[in-house]
Design a protein around this ligand. Structure first.
Ligand code: PLP
Length: 458
């Protein structure tokens, strides 16, 4: 069980940072110096990921430790890749072995080929696989591939869906104003105005609008790109099926962005979980085992545009990258997939996620907080809002002050998570679950207390 706050205070004074103990809010000289160095040499003092000055120096299983020795249960999982936990022995053995053979070749290598075959075996749409190094790249190339295949430029996406950081991906990911659909809003300065003309945006989960739009505009559309489970929002019954039906009927390429859901919702990803097979998908995070690896996968006749010998000079789509199919990354990915394939893995993983979600929901209701747990067993979070959440605009109506305050209280108590989700790992055991529940109980009490002195302008 987690320590009471009084006991923790005593430990702060007596015992900085012995393993297994948390020293809440205590930062070592070394962490302070590193944060200072970071702020001098990097914009915002960060890599652009987690905004706080925390420096994570170690991970093992379901836990991470910061440079000051504070221990956390890890629900960030490196933003998803560490699905089977940190330093998994089978992954470490595979990368140690590869390390002795060489780390990159810019050429076919056994690990990369075997990983491509494993992906093709696992993922329903994956007749052919092409590796890149990040989800951003995978999405960018999948959209280009669809444009080249269809000889049309426009991509339809859903508001709030994340498809990487490219000029095309960063459209209406987190708009702060409600413009009329299908108008896109760029999420960053520096994106050429011309790109907006090639993106259309609709609300997730509106079957009628989506069907009508695709039927009316299919002749301009190259593809529809969608997260089959958009952030924390489940597709409503029939949404993915209708999307599949209308894209098949009109010839528009359907791309599932499975960078998050791949190998997480099931071994075959969200497409196997929901039983809807797209034309193309993108994969990342889990299949790289903690290394920079992602993939575009899909129908052979579309993927063959990457093969000059099949399609000729005119239609050939050039695609390469220095580290594509990197053997270290592929070894880690392959070892991760081997672990995930073991019988019972997903049953246990889903049972853990279900227990966490149900317990948290119950605790929030018992505390009479205006909140709900949104998501599914592999990933979820609290939304401080009681109404049904069907799309992006519903999620932004949540109470941001409560979310931020609760997340800060959790971090202080030893839960390491991003602003918007808990990623569940297969490394979580009974001890971590019960510690998490203790942290929730303490953080909920503290939140109720904080609400009494909530700033008027928050
Ligand atoms: C659904 C989805 N697509 C694409 C990406 C981009 O992946 P990467 O960060 O590897 O570029 C992410 C990253 O979180 C994602 O969640």
């Amino acid at each position: 069980m987690y320590l009471t706050e009084d006991l923790e205070m005593t430990i702060h004074a007596n015992d900085m940072a012995s393993p297994g103990r948390r020293t809440e809010n205590v930062r070592s000289q070394s962490e302070i110096e590193l944060a200072d160095l970071a702020s001098r040499c990097m914009p915002a003092g960060t890599f652009g990921n987690i905004p706080e000055p925390v420096v994570i120096s170690r991970g093992a299983g379901a836990r991470v430790w910061d440079e000051s020795g504070n221990e956390y249960i890890d629900y960030l999982l490196g933003s998803g890749p560490m699905l089977i936990g940190h330093c998994h022995p089978e992954v470490n053995a595979a990368i140690s072995d590869q390390l002795t053979r060489g780390t990159t070749f810019f050429a076919n290598n056994p690990q990369g080929i075997r990983l491509a075959a494993a992906i093709a075996d696992a993922v329903p749409c994956a007749e052919k696989v092409r590796f890149v190094c990040s989800g951003t790249e995978a999405d960018f190339y999948a959209m280009r591939l669809a444009r080249a295949y269809r000889k049309r430029d426009k991509i339809l996406k859903f508001e709030g869906g994340y498809h990487g950081m490219s000029d095309y991906g960063l459209m209406s990911l987190m708009p702060t104003e409600d413009v009329p659909f299908p108008e896109p809003i760029p999420d960053s300065p520096g994106i050429p105005d011309s790109i907006q003309a090639d993106i259309a945006v609709l609300p997730f989960n509106d079957i009628d609008l989506m069907r009508r739009f695709i039927r009316e505009h299919h002749d301009e559309l190259a593809a529809v790109i969608v997260e089959p489970f958009q952030r924390l929002i489940a597709p409503r019954d029939g949404f993915l099926e209708a999307l599949r039906e209308v894209t098949a009927e009109t010839g528009v390429v359907l791309i599932f962005d499975e960078v998050v859901t791949g190998f997480r919702f099931s071994y075959g990803g969200a497409q196997a979980y929901f039983g809807v097979t797209p034309d193309l998908c993108t994969l990342g995070k889990a299949c790289g085992g903690g290394f920079p690896l992602a993939a575009i996968a899909g129908r052979a006749d579309i993927m063959d545009l990457f093969d000059r010998s099949k399609v000729g000079d005119e239609r050939f789509l050039v695609q390469l990258g220095t580290l594509s199919g990197n053997p270290m990354a592929a070894a880690a990915g392959l070892a991760t997939l081997n672990v995930l394939r073991q019988p019972g893995t997903y049953e246990k993983f889903f049972a853990t996620g279900r227990k966490l979600m149900d317990t948290l929901n119950e605790m929030l209701q018992r505390a009479d907080l205006p909140a709900q747990v949104l998501g599914a067993e592999p990933l979820f979070d609290v939304i401080f809002h009681r109404d049904e959440i069907r799309n992006y605009r519903d999620t932004v109506s949540g109470d941001a002050w409560l979310t931020g305050t609760f997340n800060a209280l959790l971090r202080q108590r030893g839960i390491f998570k991003g602003d918007t989700k808990y990623y569940v790992s297969t490394a979580l055991g009974e001890t971590e679950i019960s510690q998490t529940i203790d942290v929730w109980a303490s953080a909920i009490e503290a939140l109720k207390h904080a609400m009494k002195s909530r700033p008027a302008d928050s």
